[in-house]
Ligand binder design. Structure first.
Ligand code: DX5
Ligand code: ZN
Length: 215
């Protein structure tokens, strides 16, 4: 079993509330919130106001993925009653350990996201402080890109570290996930699957969520 986190980056923003309700009704577990600053990644998405517009409209927890430089400056803005996880990029944090403690000081679970080219060894001295590792299976910045196959090997390596050092760690994957590759990915040890375009780009969003969850 795994949890499905649709990414609203690919939703129709003119009817965001309706689309989030659709994935919720169909059984999605978490809403993935992609925050891009135009510096850390070559795209700008949306800010905390858009995320907060969903408060009271969905009971689903939020999984906030900060693709921003100097995340400490903005973490507080993303702490809400729905916020379950906040992940920062290892590549964007000079003092990663401090940033993780800062996230946890709000009672929020802390995650680290790794770009496709970043090795797992950057986690060596923080793995016990982590609730989640978000393996990027595309270069962050855009929805609708193709899955980078080396991410699968990274998941398998991370699963070994998890079993040895932090059995409660959530292994999440983000980018290029479709109905065709999700099974192999979950079999490799992923607990939380982020899917944007393959959910919100589907002709019938609810049907697509059900297809993901029936695999
Ligand atoms: C990419 C984002 C993803 C994105 C995934 O930078 O972090 O969460 O929404 O989109 P798909 O599932 O279309 O690759
Ligand atoms: Zn993301």
């Amino acid at each position: 079993m795994y949890q499905l986190a649709p990414s609203i980056l690919s939703a129709d923003f003119s009817k965001l509330g309706e689309e989030v309700s659709a994935v919720e009704e169909a059984g999605a577990h978490i809403i993935h919130i992609d925050i891009m600053d135009g510096h850390f990644v070559p795209n700008i998405s949306y800010g905390p106001a858009v995320m907060k517009s969903l408060l009271g409209k969905t009971k689903l927890p939020f999984d906030v993925h900060l693709m921003i430089e100097d995340p400490d400056k903005y973490i507080k803005e993303f702490v809400t009653e729905n916020t379950k996880y906040i992940s920062v990029h290892a590549e964007a944090c000079v003092h990663l350990h401090r940033t993780l403690q800062y996230i946890k000081s709000f009672g929020v679970e802390a995650g680290v996201a790794l770009n496709p080219s970043t090795p797992l060894n950057v986690l060596e001295y923080v793995i016990n402080d982590l609730d989640m590792v978000l393996i990027m299976s595309v270069n962050p910045g855009f929805g609708g890109q193709s899955f980078i196959p080396s991410a699968l090997d990274k998941v398998k390596q991370l699963k070994k570290l998890k079993d040895e050092l932090n059995p409660n760690l959530v292994i999440a994957i983000d980018g290029g996930i479709t109905l065709n590759n999700v099974k192999e990915i979950v079999d490799a040890g992923v607990n939380l699957v982020v899917a944007g375009s393959s959910v919100f780009g589907a002709p019938d969003i609810k049907e697509r969520v059900k297809e993901f969850l029936s695999l």
